[in-house]
Each structure stands twice: as structure tokens, then as C-alpha cells.
Design a protein around this ligand. Structure first.
Ligand code: OOG
Ligand code: MG
Length: 270
């Protein structure tokens, strides 16, 4: 790759855009990057966040639902990285001014056992066997690209639009859940108490457990392995919905309960 396509250079441009809450031009058409290059950019971006003291807490999947993939015009499942700097506490407030053009998605989160070795988590079945908890979750995505439009390589380089997330109350995984009991739970996304999207966990690769398997597979492939104690966001169950300032957002998943956050209102113009 030439100088301008070095992963570190692209990662720095995306990182600055995120920190300054401004959009940038897509890389597709500007520089040539492969999907493998894009994952290298993603990991460079995470290194920048770690240098500032952030800790990696887990991984997220993107485009595990057909509706989401169709909304964005892409088809492959992709993997992003979650840090503690992205975590919002339950019912917590998110500063809307930090965001460019945020959208919110209803999701399912898994948590992996903390008291196992990395080898125990190897492979898709190791990961599923050691997923101990599950919860309803919200993901706030915020593409750093103009008009929220991108190629698959662009969006991977941009850490799959990861921005913030909130996870509701953890529930212990049961054998029944591992046998398919999680495959058709009703999901509702509400903004200011109004239902803005609804669907089923079936939209997530047929069963959110399949997202865990996909995370294990992609993590092995792209050099960011799952670790004990990690969380995994399984991907949106519906299309994403614009996230307004000054709003109350809540996801409700049948039997798993809720997760919620608030956004700050737009500052008054004086
Ligand atoms: C990419 C992220 C997709 C999901 O849950 O499918 C994603 C995007 O749509 O900007 O997080
Ligand atoms: Mg998502």
C-alpha cells in the first residue's frame, strides 16, 4: 500500500472525525483497500483508543439481520470492537452533541464466562458453551462517513459504525436457550414511549446464538480473539432508527426485559 492507504493513516482520519463529531468522505473510490486492510484499519483505530486508556470489553456483529443489510446495501456479516469508552450505564444519559448522525438499534448481548481460559473459548462451539449470560441491549451507531453511506470496506474500517451501547439486566443462559429458546423472542424499540421498530430475534441469523458463532469465526479470522469475560452484541433485530436529541429510548425483548438510555437535548441557541 502507498503512504495514503496505510492503515494507521486511515485510522487517524476516522479517529479525528469521531472525536470532532464531523463526517468525512468515504475511502471507497478515494483509496483502494481490501476487506483485510479494512480490518487492519479497525484494529489501528482501537490501538489509538487504547493508547488513551480505553479497554476492550468485547466484540459486536453487524449485518446479522437481512433488514439491516438491505437498509445499508451490504450483505456480509462484519465484526467490530467494543471498548469501555462506548459503554453507557443502564438508563444513562448520552451527550447527543458528541454524535454526527446517530441511529439506534435493538440488540441482544451475550457475556462470556470470566473464569475460563482463552483456549476454552476456541471455535464457535467453545464460545457458545461458555456464553453464560444474555440481555437486551441498545446499540447507538454513528457512521463517520458522509450521509451514513459506505462500502463494506469503509464500514469495517470505521469499526462498523460502533459508537455507544447499553446492556440491560443479565440473565443466566439456560440449556433451553442453547437449544433454540432464544430464536423467536419479540423485540420492540421505543422512542419517547412510541414503538418505532419491532420484530423478532429470529431476524438475527435465525437465532442470536448464530451471531455468537459468527463472532467466534470472524474473530479468529481477523486477529481479534474473544477473551474470557467479553461481551458480544449480536446485531440489530430491525433496521436502525434515527436517534433524536432529547429523547428516551428503550428496547424490550420478550423474557429478557429492557435496556434504556436518554440523549441530551440540543443546546439552546443564544
Ligand atoms: C453498520 C453497523 C451495523 C448491526 O447491528 O447490524 C450494525 C451500520 O449499519 O452502520 O451494528
Ligand atoms: Mg448494531
Amino acid at each position: 500500500m502507498t503512504e495514503s492507504t496505510r492503515p494507521a493513516v486511515i485510522a487517524a482520519e476516522l479517529d479525528a472525525a469521531r472525536r470532532e463529531a464531523r463526517d468525512i468522505q468515504q475511502f471507497a473510490g478515494r483509496v483502494e483497500i481490501t476487506l483485510a486492510d479494512a480490518y487492519a484499519v479497525l484494529l489501528e483505530g482501537i490501538s489509538l483508543r487504547r493508547e488513551r486508556g480505553e479497554q476492550v470489553l468485547g466484540l459486536k456483529l453487524g449485518f446479522t439481520s437481512k433488514e439491516k443489510a438491505a437498509q445499508m446495501g451490504v450483505s456480509d456479516v462484519i465484526l467490530g470492537v467494543l471498548t469501555d469508552g462506548m459503554a453507557v450505564s443502564v438508563g444513562g444519559e448520552l451527550d447527543h452533541g458528541l454524535l454526527i448522525h446517530p441511529r439506534v438499534e435493538p440488540e441482544i448481548a451475550f457475556r462470556l464466562a470470566g473464569d475460563v481460559s482463552s483456549e476454552d473459548l476456541a471455535g464457535a462451539e467453545g464460545t457458545v458453551a461458555h456464553a453464560t449470560h444474555v440481555a437486551a441491549a441498545l446499540e447507538v451507531i454513528d457512521s463517520r462517513y458522509r450521509d451514513f453511506s459506505f462500502s463494506l470496506e469503509d464500514v469495517v474500517a470505521d469499526n462498523t459504525s460502533a459508537s455507544y451501547y447499553v446492556i440491560g439486566e443479565w440473565h443466566e443462559m439456560t440449556d433451553a436457550m442453547r437449544a433454540g429458546d432464544m430464536a423467536d423472542l419479540a423485540v420492540e424499540l421505543r422512542i419517547d414511549r412510541e414503538v418505532v421498530a419491532s420484530g423478532s430475534t429470529r431476524a438475527i441469523l435465525g437465532d442470536p446464538l448464530e451471531a455468537l458463532r459468527a463472532a467466534a469465526r470472524l474473530a479468529g479470522q481477523y486477529g481479534h480473539p474473544l477473551e474470557p469475560g467479553h461481551v458480544v452484541l449480536a446485531g440489530a433485530a430491525t433496521a436502525a432508527v434515527p436517534l433524536p436529541a432529547g429523547s428516551d429510548v428503550e428496547v424490550h425483548v420478550d423474557t429478557l426485559g429492557t435496556a434504556a438510555l436518554r440523549t441530551t437535548s440540543r443546546p439552546e441557541v443564544r
